[in-house]
Ligand binder design. Structure first.
Ligand SMILES: [Zn+2]
Length: 447
C-alpha cells in the first residue's frame, strides 16, 4: 500500500522523536545535538542563540566568560580557566560558531535536526564536522577534567568566533589583532583540521594562501570574418593554455603521490568573460577588443611566491601581448610570508615542544596520526600564525569521510566521544607543560 505524504511526514517525525529520545539518554550527545540544532548558517547566522547556548555551558563549568563584538551583531565568546601559574603563556582552543549554507532538499536528514541514525550512530547536521563538534568537544573535555579535579598550570582560553566561513575578518582577524588577544599572552592555538577517511588523524601546521588573479587581454576589434594577429581572444587563449600547463604540472605531482594536495600550487579558472552582448545572445560577426579570465590560486608557504608572480607577469599576462593583471584577495594581496619575511607556518619539529606534546597526547589515547600537512584551503589559524603564535589545525575525526560543506555532513557518535577523550589528553598535556618555550623566554625578558 502506498504511504501518503502526511503518513511519511508522521513517520519522519516519529523517527526524529525516537532518535532524540534515544540521545537524551546520553547528555553529552544531547548537548552536541542542541548546539547543532541552532541554525548559524550564512547569510543570516543566529549567533545570539549560539551565544546563549555556549554561555549556559560555560556557566555549568564555572568558566569565566565574556562576549565581545568586534563588529556589531557578530559576537565572539571568550571563556577562561585560570591556571595556577597565569604568568606562563596560555593555551587557546579556538572554534567558529558559523556554518555554511545548506540545500535542505538534497539532504537525507534535515540539516538542523541533528538526527541520529540508530543503525550506525551517525549524527547528521551541518556543522557536525565543520566545526561545532570541536567547539563542544573542548567543553566536554574541560567538564571531564574538572570532574577529576584537574588543575591547569597554564591558563586555558576557549574562543568561539563568528564569520570564519566568510573570511573571518570580523571574527578571528580582529580578535588576533586586538588588545584582548595581546593580554592573553597565548603560547599555542588549536584550531580546526579535517576529517580523515582512514584510521589516522590529520595534523596541519600551515595553510595555503589564497591569491585571486584576474588577467585581461586587449586587442584591436575586427570583423568576425577577418584573420589577424593579436586579437584579445587569441591573446587570452594563449595565456589560458599556459596556465593550464602549469596547473597540470602541479596536479601531476599530487596524482603521482609525490606531493600532498596542500603542498602544491593550485590554479583553477573560475570565470571567463568576453564577447559583445546582443539582445539575443552575443554579436557573432565581431571579434571583441577585450577579454578576461579569473583564477583562484592557492600557494603553500613552502612555495616560491615571488617566482610565481614573475611567471604571471612574464608568461600569463605579458605586456608584450597587450595583457594586464590584477592580483588580490579581499582587495588586498595576501602573502605566504609574515612582515619579517618568514613563511607563515608552525614548526613541526623538535623546535616546537607543543607539537611533540600533541603527538604524545594522541598516542596516549591510542590513536594514530599522519604526516604533518598543509591545509589546502584557509582557516582562522592563519590570523594567529601571522601574529607569530604557533597554531595547529586538528579535528579529531578518523574513519570519517570528508563532508565539510557537503550534503549529509555527519559525524559518528562514537568518533565524537573518542574525540573528547583525545582533547582531555591534549589539554592535560598542554596545560601541565612546565618547561619554558621560546615564547616563555621572551615573556621573561620583558618582565
Ligand atoms: Zn571550519
Amino acid at each position: 500500500m502506498p504511504i501518503s505524504c502526511t503518513g511519511l511526514l508522521r513517520l519522519l517525525h516519529l523517527f526524529l522523536l525516537l532518535s532524540s529520545t534515544l540521545a537524551a539518554e546520553d547528555p553529552i550527545i544531547s548537548r552536541f545535538q542542541q548546539y547543532l540544532q541552532i541554525n548559524t548558517a550564512h547569510p543570516s547566522p543566529n549567533y545570539h542563540q549560539a551565544v546563549d547556548f555556549i554561555l549556559s555551558q560555560a556557566k555549568s563549568l564555572s568558566l569565566q566568560s565574556q562576549t565581545i563584538e568586534f563588529a556589531p551583531n557578530k559576537p565572539l565568546i571568550l571563556l577562561k580557566w585560570t591556571g595556577k601559574n597565569p604568568t606562563l603563556p596560555s593555551i587557546l582552543l579556538n572554534s567558529h560558531t558559523d556554518v555554511v549554507p545548506v540545500e535542505p532538499h538534497k539532504w537525507s536528514h534535515p540539516p538542523f535536526a541533528a538526527a541520529i541514525d540508530s543503525a550506525n550512530g551517525n549524527i547528521y547536521a551541518r556543522g557536525s564536522q565543520d566545526m561545532k563538534c570541536v567547539g563542544l568537544q573542548y567543553l566536554e573535555a574541560v567538564r571531564n577534567l574538572k570532574r577529576f579535579n584537574f588543575e591547569p598550570l597554564r591558563t586555558i582560553y576557549i574562543s568561539f568566533v563568528p564569520d570564519e566561513e566568510i573570511g573571518g575578518h570580523d571574527g578571528a582577524e580582529k580578535f588576533a589583532n586586538s588588545e584582548v588577544f595581546d593580554e592573553m599572552n597565548v603560547g599555542i592555538v588549536l584550531d580546526e583540521g579535517l576529517a580523515s577517511p582512514d584510521e589516522s588523524y590529520r595534523l596541519f601546521y600551515a595553510e595555503r594562501c589564497p591569491m585571486w588573479l584576474v588577467i585581461k587581454a586587449a586587442g584591436a576589434p575586427g570583423h568576425g570574418a577577418k584573420l589577424y594577429d593579436n586579437t584579445a581572444m587569441e591573446n587570452l587563449l594563449k595565456s589560458i593554455e599556459s596556465v593550464r600547463r602549469f596547473r597540470a604540472s602541479q596536479f601531476d605531482l599530487v596524482k603521482a603521490g609525490l606531493k600532498a594536495e596542500g603542498e602544491v600550487i593550485s590554479v583553477n579558472m573560475v570565470f571567463l568573460k568576453a564577447g559583445t552582448p546582443s539582445p539575443t545572445g552575443y554579436v557573432m560577426n565581431l571579434q571583441p577588443s577585450e577579454a578576461q579570465a579569473g583564477f583562484d590560486i592557492r600557494i603553500p608557504p613552502i612555495a616560491d611566491q615571488a617566482s610565481l608572480e614573475r611567471r604571471i607577469a612574464e608568461e600569463w599576462a605579458p605586456a608584450s601581448r597587450n595583457m594586464t593583471f590584477e592580483l588580490g584577495q579581499f582587495k588586498q594581496k595576501m602573502s605566504v610570508y609574515d612582515e619579517n619575511g618568514r613563511p607563515i607556518l608552525t614548526a613541526h619539529d623538535g623546535s616546537n615542544p607543543w607539537w611533540a606534546l600533541l603527538e604524545g597526547a594522541i598516542d596516549k589515547s591510542n590513536r594514530r596520526f599522519g604526516r604533518p600537512e598543509i591545509f589546502p584551503a584557509s582557516t582562522d589559524a592563519r590570523y594567529f600564525r601571522l601574529k607569530g603564535v604557533p597554531a595547529i589545525g586538528f579535528s579529531p575525526m578518523a574513519n570519517t569521510p570528508i563532508l565539510l560543506h557537503d550534503h549529509n555532513e555527519f559525524l559518528n557518535k562514537e568518533e565524537y566521544l573518542k574525540g573528547i577523550e583525545v582533547y582531555e589528553s591534549i589539554i592535560k598535556a598542554f596545560a601541565s607543560f612546565a618547561a619554558e618555550t621560546e615564547k616563555d623566554e621572551a615573556t621573561k625578558d620583558e618582565l
